[in-house]
Design a protein around this ligand. Structure first.
Ligand code: ADP
Ligand code: MG
Length: 462
């Protein structure tokens, strides 16, 4: 039978180690700000890469024409086309979403890009007459690629490393636009890649198109990352021509943030050392969708092993890494039924654990809450870090800048408790007064549309 004493001991220890007081979060935000400075000062100066995006102008709303975008994230990839009609906005849009076959995430770059190009070709073939390509023009595409890229220009850049479960060695150091272009050629697609953007940069562009006060974009999906508008003169490592706008969008790659203030547990450390990228993306591994369910699984595994939570032996399914996904964790966390029957059903369906007591189910909901709360509060601290870096965390000469943060990603979109906790925490951290000037908006599929908008503003014909 269950050794509740031991369960409680493991539980209490976990809860304690995951604690994120507001003071702790403020230290984390300060550390984030410091790392941002260091990453801007010199290439490789920080764990935060602070990548220059070559986007020095965000969409104005004047963009016109038909543009494509291809968004390669972590779980799915999307292709879309928009017909932009200047001031009248987006006249038409169509998209298609395909999940990425897992074996392609760890295969060869040719296999991955051939698959992508094949899907893109299918989509292009179905272009309706709502889209008008002027005669003699090539179709143009914005490529959203959500992995760290050393950008060489607006439409080229080399892959620095993989994250989020991807591992294709022959891609590292390669120009991702060249790879895509070659694959398109192999599949007979006549299209020009006009912009290569990170999903955060795309979300920022898509957000700005809808709202002039958007200055920061944050993704909480399979992984996590943020981008923001920086003053060009505050980027010491930038030796290119000063942009006319005086501004440059920076892709922080904050997923790789690490600080001694981060509340790491034994479960995080084990998850990390068994991951495809040990020692990297520690912040991401604590707060994003790919990992939170896995943290829960690890805690349950220990409880099963040391306190017989699910009987005398550890259920075999529970031993499988990544079987418990964050959407399932979220469904259990949101279970409002009196007997927690969603929790019961998930345990049964995913882990083949039946006949759990209400007490056990309650325990699991509480564990979900600990993990999601820690993640959400750490995400809020990261946002405070960016607000501090841009001086948006205080009123200046009695005036407070209005900051709108464009948010996107499946985790933010669907995990309501996480989102609410994050929003409340930002409020707590910046205080009542400034809270009125900081707003989060959901930029639905901003990264795809943003890439299409950036393809438009960087068109080879303009
Ligand atoms: P990507 O980050 O791969 O570009 P998305 O932004 O669509 O893709 O995010 C997908 C991720 O969001 C999933 O991997 C999952 O971790 C998380 N997610 C999706 N649905 C839910 C949900 N209902 N609850 C919690 N997390 C979710
Ligand atoms: Mg994405």
């Amino acid at each position: 039978s269950i050794r509740w004493c031991k369960v409680v001991e493991i539980y209490n220890e976990f809860e304690e180690k995951c604690a994120t007081s507001n003071d702790k979060l403020k230290h984390i935000a300060e550390a984030m700000t410091e790392e941002m400075h260091a990453g801007l000062a010199s290439e490789g100066g920080s764990k935060l890469k602070m990548l220059v995006s070559y986007v020095d102008n965000l969409p104005t709303g004047e963009e016109e024409g038909v543009y494509y975008a291809l968004d390669l994230g972590g779980t799915n990839f999307r292709v879309l086309r928009v017909q932009l009609a200047g001031k009248s906005g987006i006249e038409s849009q169509e998209f298609m979403e395909v999940s990425i076959p897992p074996q392609l995430m760890v295969g060869t770059s040719k296999a991955l890009f051939d698959y992508i190009a094949t899907q893109l070709a299918k989509f292009v073939a179905k272009e309706s007459d709502k889209f008008h390509l002027p005669p003699g023009r090539k179709r143009e595409l914005g490529f959203t690629f959500s992995f760290p890229v050393m950008q060489l220009s607006i439409a080229s850049g080399t892959l620095m490393r993989w994250t989020k479960g991807f591992s294709i060695d022959d891609m590292i150091g390669q120009d991702v636009v060249a790879e895509l272009t070659q694959a398109m050629k192999r599949k007979g697609i006549d299209m020009h890649v006009s912009a290569l953007v990170n999903d955060t940069v795309g979300t920022l562009a898509g957000g700005r198109y809808n709202n002039n006060d958007v200055a920061i974009a944050v993704i909480l999906g399979t992984g996590t990352n943020a981008a923001y508008v920086e003053r060009a003169k505050d980027i010491p490592k930038w030796h290119g021509a000063p942009p006319k706008s005086g501004e440059m969008v920076i892709n922080t790659e904050w997923g790789n943030f690490r600080s001694s203030h981060l509340p790491l547990t034994e479960y995080d450390n084990a998850l990390d050392s068994e991951s495809l990228n040990p020692g990297q993306q520690m912040y991401e591994k604590m707060i994003s969708g790919m990992y939170m369910g896995e943290i829960l699984r690890r805690v349950l595994c220990r409880m099963a092993d040391e306190a017989a939570l699910f009987g005398d032996t550890v259920p075999p399914k529970l031993k499988t890494p990544f079987v418990l996904r964050t959407p399932e964790m979220s469904a259990m966390h949101h279970d409002t039924s009196e007997d927690l029957r969603v929790v019961g059903k998930k345990l049964n369906d995913i882990l083949e654990i039946s006949n759990t007591s209400l007490e056990t189910r309650k325990l699991i909901v509480n564990l979900c809450n600990i993990i999601a709360t820690r993640g959400a509060r750490l995400a809020a601290a990261g946002i405070l870090g960016i607000l501090r870096k841009t001086g948006r965390h205080v009123a200046k000469n009695g005036e407070t800048a209005k900051t709108v943060i464009a948010m996107d990603g499946g985790l933010y979109e669907h995990y309501t408790e996480y989102r609410k906790c994050m929003e409340n925490t930002i409020h707590e951290l910046v205080g009542d007064e400034l809270s009125q000037h900081v707003k989060l908006v959901h930029s639905n599929d901003g990264s795809g549309i943003g890439a299409a908008l950036l393809a438009a503003s960087h068109s080879q014909y303009s």
